[in-house]
Design a protein around this ligand. Structure first.
Ligand code: FES
Length: 189
């Protein structure tokens, strides 16, 4: 058992942390990025306690781990929602109504940019450009791009996904709630 993990806290399950790190290091060897991906996949962010433990287990200086963790936008050092919505606030998206899209997302999910819902299910963030301005305004939901958004279209996509996320597995399909087919996904994003 990791020594300072025995002090508890941080919302990180101690046994989980030890097991996750051991298994990930065994599978990924010296690939620090791959181990960080495993940690983030489990906790939805990179808890400081996990990074400190990783440093001790691998001998990689903590500063180097932080260097990698902060280099990639896909890693987060603060708690994130289980489902992550990122809306583009870049110039093109802004001109084409991104702020109204963001307001609609906030209405549907009850959170603002930079916030995580109280139940930990959703987080909302903004970025400056997602690199697919031709489809502006654009949002990414759990890695899936949705473009040419309007507030109504955004509401439809999120309402459908929210129902799916909050229902037991399979039930949303049975009830015909999984309908994001109108979401015009971008290509080459
Ligand atoms: S400004 Fe939104 S994708 Fe480029």
């Amino acid at each position: 058992m990791l020594q300072d993990d025995a002090e508890g806290g941080g919302g990180v399950a101690l046994k989980d942390l030890d097991d996750i790190l051991s298994e990930s290091i065994r599978r990924n060897g010296e690939s620090l990025v791959a181990v960080l991906q495993d940690i983030q996949e489990h906790y939805n962010y990179l808890p400081e306690r996990a990074l400190r433990s990783l440093s001790r287990k691998t001998g990689v200086p903590l500063i180097d781990i932080y260097r990698v963790a902060t280099f990639y936008n896909s890693f987060s050092l603060v708690p994130r929602g289980k489902h992550q919505i990122v809306v583009c606030a870049g110039t093109t998206c802004h001109v084409r109504g991104a702020s109204k899209v963001t307001e609609e997302i906030s209405r549907v999910l009850g959170i603002g940019p930079g916030q995580v819902s109280a139940d930990g299910n959703f987080s909302l963030d903004t970025v400056n450009c997602l690199g697919c301005c031709a489809f502006a305004p654009v949002m990414v939901v759990d890695g899936e791009y949705h473009g040419n958004l309007t507030p109504a279209k955004t509401r439809k996509i999120l309402t459908s996904l929210k129902a799916k996320w909050l229902l037991p597995a399979g039930e949303a399909d049975e009830r015909g709630l999984v309908d994001d087919g109108d979401a015009e996904e971008t290509e080459g994003a």
